[in-house]
Every structure is written in structure tokens, then in C-alpha cells.
Design a protein around this ligand. Sequence first.
Ligand code: DC
Length: 237
Amino acid sequence: MIITIDGPVATGKSTIAKRLAESLGFIYFDTGAMYRAIAYGVLKNAVDLDDDTALKAFLDDFVFNIKVRHRKKIYCANGEDVTEEIRAQAVTHLVSQVAAKPLVRDKLVAIQRELAVGVNAVFEGRDMGTVVFPDADLKIFLEGGIEIRAQRRLDQLIKERPEEAKDLTLGDMMKEITERDDFDSSREISPLRKAEDAFGVDTSDLSIDEVVFQIFECKDQAKTKHTSPEEEAENRK
Ligand code: DC
């Protein structure tokens, strides 16, 4: 079974996807981390994003893998542990441009589909329900007010990277998030949007537990929707 969770920045996708996967005994994949790993590599190797030949050469050599240490995911790019580095503001500022490149998306979509073979998983990102897994069993689209999302993102940055957060205001963060969401929503390839058959959940005023509870309700509804009258009669026996 594949569950997809998409939505704009700081709607709680990662936290919710992780919690949901834990409670279902599923694996969880943060696909934003994959785009971030490539953006980190692009920065480190000074790859010119406008030079398709250079980008392709870089991507051909790029090896991405995920390890689990003490129940925590470790993201590796070409053998280097980049789990912390991919959260740096320098990466955040570049990642949307990297994610808009068809060469990058082709590479990561193939990896994501491979990771999904034969497993029960929750995939979180921007195009999981629309492009990568159009036949997913359950699709969720998280939404939320800009101010609350910016506050969440700022709190997270203050906690995890205080040096980078020290000169940032809530207004700066609102601008940063709006720009990134606008860029991700207006790109030509796989733009951020809600799949027609996705359930929308507004996380602005909900706790994590409440969002997960709503997703379980959506899961029940999706099951009813996908069950034929014959199957229902069979299930009732
Ligand atoms: O979820 P995040 O902020 O870590 O994602 C980083 C960027 O990667 C985001 O700006 C858009 C891009 N992204 C994407 O285009 N498609 C995905 N499936 C996941 C992320």
C-alpha cells in the first residue's frame, strides 16, 4: 500500500508522514531530502544549472542512498553523510531551482518508484500523488496559513541551526516560504498541486495527533470508495 502526502512548505508533511508511517508499521520517505541532497551536491561541485551537459554528467555520477542508524534516517550523497548539511539555508535557497530541472526529476522519480516496489510506504513531497504515484491507495494534501507555517519553520531553524536563524524575522520567513511555494507551484514540470482524488487537510489549528486522526478517517473513506458492493458484501460475511 502506498500513501502519498503532498503540500507546500512547513505544513507538517515530514512530521505527519513519519508519525503515520510509525503507527501503520510502514516505511517513510521524505522526497524533499532527495532534492536537497542533489542541491547540496550542485553547490559543493559548483555545477552550472544552466549547462545540461554538466548537470547530466554530475547526475550520472550521483549516488544517493538512505541508511538507518538508531532508528534515525541518514541521507548519503556519493557516500557522504549529508543529513545535517541538506538543511542549511544555502541549500534551501537553491533547492527549488534544482527541483525544476527535468534531468533531476527524471533521476529522482525513477529512484522513488524503485523504493516503492513491494513495500508499504508513506511518501512525502510535492508531486507524489500527481506524478510519481498516480495510483496511490490514499492521497493526502496538507495545507496551512502562511503565518503559522512561517512561525513553525522559523522555530525549527532556531532550534536546529541557531546561527542561520539569528537575523531572520517572521516577515523574512513568510517571504522565503511564499517565494519557494510560488516557484514550486508554477514550474513547468510536476508543479506542486493537489491531486484531484487527494483529501485536503488544513493543519493550521490542529495538533500532530489530530492531523493523523483525520488522515485515518480519510483512509477509511478511501477504502469505502474503492470497495465494490460485491467486496463489501464479502467483507461483511
Ligand atoms: O520538503 P522540502 O522543503 O524539504 O523540499 C525541498 C524542495 O524540493 C522544495 O522546495 C520542492 C522540492 N521538492 C519537489 O520538487 N518534489 C518533491 N517530491 C519534493 C520536494
